[in-house]
Design a protein around this ligand. Structure first.
Ligand SMILES: NC(=O)c1ccc[n+]([C@@H]2O[C@H](COP(=O)([O-])OP(=O)(O)OC[C@H]3O[C@@H](n4cnc5c(N)ncnc54)[C@H](OP(=O)(O)O)[C@@H]3O)[C@@H](O)[C@H]2O)c1
Length: 232
């Protein structure tokens, strides 16, 4: 239905070639960012999704063998042919992002990285400051830590589970998933969480998290539980 298509944004990724039945010629997984392969994967996504354009195409991972000129050619072709509207990356460091950006005529729209109460890596590698400097909203993959906080196993997961329960009770919400989303949404960098669940009730619960406003103290309590130590 064309009206529905106008209300949604379709996002796909490219670059990882698995050694599966799809690629019988490969013995091992490889990353490929040649002009031809990027175009081929974008066109395959269009076919699989039954659409004539992607709103956003991401490079899935930084690669040890990477030619930004080849990527720029692919992006130009896909943009000019109207097959892709915007381009971005995933799991890139600030330097990797900057390096690719310097070869492109269009601004990269986002960097999709792992961000959650249990993954603080991008606060530690200065990606968050980089996003703020360039006014880029990062997409957060595994915003609920892939589900592991719901069934804690490690000491850290137990600590997080307990603080999330405490904050949920203070806020008068039942589900700790809402607190995990609210923790990301509170951050001024403008995080866009990617909901992993395909259960409609869990997706509705994620939307309800938009109404929650954590206090700064609650935000830090969760940070401290994740780090396992007080602020310096
Ligand atoms: N760019 C990358 O490198 C990269 C890497 C990984 C993922 N991603 C993207 O990020 C998306 C989200 O990642 P993710 O799936 O790991 O997200 P997530 O939301 O952190 O985790 C989803 C998992 O949590 C479970 N879950 C959700 N709510 C729950 C609840 N209330 N109680 C118990 N379990 C619950 C889900 O189970 P149910 O399904 O049963 O609800 C599912 O197994 C993926 O779909 C993928 O598109 C990107």
């Amino acid at each position: 239905m064309p009206e529905l298509r106008e209300q949604m944004q379709l996002i796909s990724k490219c670059g990882i070639r698995l050694s599966t039945d799809f690629n019988p010629e490969l013995d091992v997984k490889i990353y490929e960012y040649s002009t031809e392969y990027i175009i081929k994967q974008a066109e395959a996504s269009l076919k699989n999704l039954g659409t004539d354009r992607l709103d956003l195409l991401l490079l899935h991972r930084p690669a040890p063998f990477f030619n930004p000129e080849e990527v720029a050619k692919a992006f130009d072709h896909l943009k000019q042919s109207g097959k892709v509207v915007n381009f971005g990356v995933s799991n890139f460091t600030p330097m990797q992002f900057d390096s690719l950006q310097s070869y492109l005529d269009m601004p990269l729209a986002t960097n999709q990285v792992e961000l959650s109460v249990a993954c603080l890596e991008h606060w530690e590698n200065e990606n968050i400051e980089f996003f703020q400097k360039h006014k880029i909203k990062p997409m957060a993959w595994s915003p609920l830590a892939g589900g592991k906080i719901f069934k804690p196993e490690s000491q850290r997961e137990y600590r997080l589970h307990s603080v999330l329960k405490e904050v949920a009770a203070e806020l008068g919400v039942e589900a700790i998933d809402q607190v995990m989303y609210a923790w990301l949404l509170k951050h001024p960098v403008g995080i866009l969480p990617i909901v992993g669940s395909q259960h409609i009730d869990r997706i509705k619960s994620a939307v309800d998290a938009l109404k929650i406003d954590l206090s700064l103290q609650q935000w830090y309590k969760i940070w401290i539980a994740s780090k396992g130590e007080d602020l310096p």
